[in-house]
Write a protein that binds this ligand. Sequence first.
Ligand code: CA
Length: 449
Amino acid sequence: MFCRKYWFRNLVCALLVGLPTNAFGDDRPNILVIVADDLGYADLGFQGCKDIPTPHLDGLAKSGVRCTNGYVTHPFCSPTRAALLTGRYQQRFGHENNPAWLPEDRVAGLPHSETPLPSVLRTKGYATGCVGKWHLGAHPSFHPNRRGFEHYYGALGGGHVYQDGLKGSNEYTIPMDRNGVGEPLEGYITTVFGHEASEYIKRSQPKPWLLYLAFNAPHTPLQSTPELQQRVSHIENKERRDLAAMIVGMDDAVGEVLSTLDSTGQRDNTLVFFFSDNGGPISVTKANNSPLRNGKGSVYEGGIRVPFVVSWPRKLPKGTTFDKPVVSLDVFATSVALAGAANQPTEKIEGVNLIPYLSGQTNESPHETLFWRTGGGATSAVRQGNWKLIGKRGEAAELYELGKDINEQNNLANSDRDKVKQLEKAYEEWNTKNVAPLFESPKQPRKKK
Ligand code: CA
């Protein structure tokens, strides 16, 4: 309610909220990168999901561009994050597996040869924060505070139990980390991440900021709260209900963050990316990647094509879709371009600045060809236009025409040998610049049946 006593203060606040510039006297956007963990392609309302209510993420999609052909660079957790933060294919520097939780291991983590995005943006006056799952090395030298983030709160491993006291592995039960100091988890982890992100957003303005908000939801263990369960009680299958409750929790947390952007007058000039780090693990949970084939761990579309939204109300159209391929590598290139750091670092950035494409400034495709490789070449994939080649070591290549066959069912390798050769040649050229994996993924204990 308007109060006469504070009319001058209210007037000043209103004017400040409406101002297009930050304290640096420029209009560079804040950059918020929200990453979900193991989220299925079809497990959000804006992706066609009918049984899980996700109003806040649907609202985010309506406020920007939904990329229907949005990819990550790897079908599982850590390698995707390595490419996201460096703007380079992770195979260039050997980060092709998940690092084990070994705090004494100086090798298993994001190599120090690479310059992470926050390190670059800091040189241009950005505040840099990270909230959530790290999973880029357990050794202290890999800590987010030593990889460019001025502020960090979260779980340093590859996942975490959702509330203190719940059962999990050593890695999943370590204390939460706040700038290098351990502390207990006070509450439901997804909700806590939403609060922490909101607080960061409030206190970092008016300096332009980068916030990397990496939920561990809805990665296993499937742990939610009675209140979240209640909101998806219409889902009969228990495993699906458990997953849905966690996704609803993440949607709530995203809602809090978006609401904070609104209430602090920052929504209009904040560039928000949202995507999942890989496809839904359909062999582990009841995630739904429909209509895509397979899921997490696979280079079929279900492992690498993910829900992908880019929203920037000031500059990008609202409620539209973009159907040409984009990739998580583009976050880096877009961010450094907008921050005025396009010439940094000197390493070869492999993504592109998406803004000219998403804003309709150009009708060209951001990428001619995209590549995937797992296990040092155990599996591989190339997408060029609508054609996709799948390679599996020791097996014949598979060729699919995604425009007509999004589910990758009709293998055309025998009927179009020229196309197979063309894509194999492209892959081989790309692969010559890769190195062998620097470290192996930890062995997973066999599940008890
Ligand atoms: Ca993941």
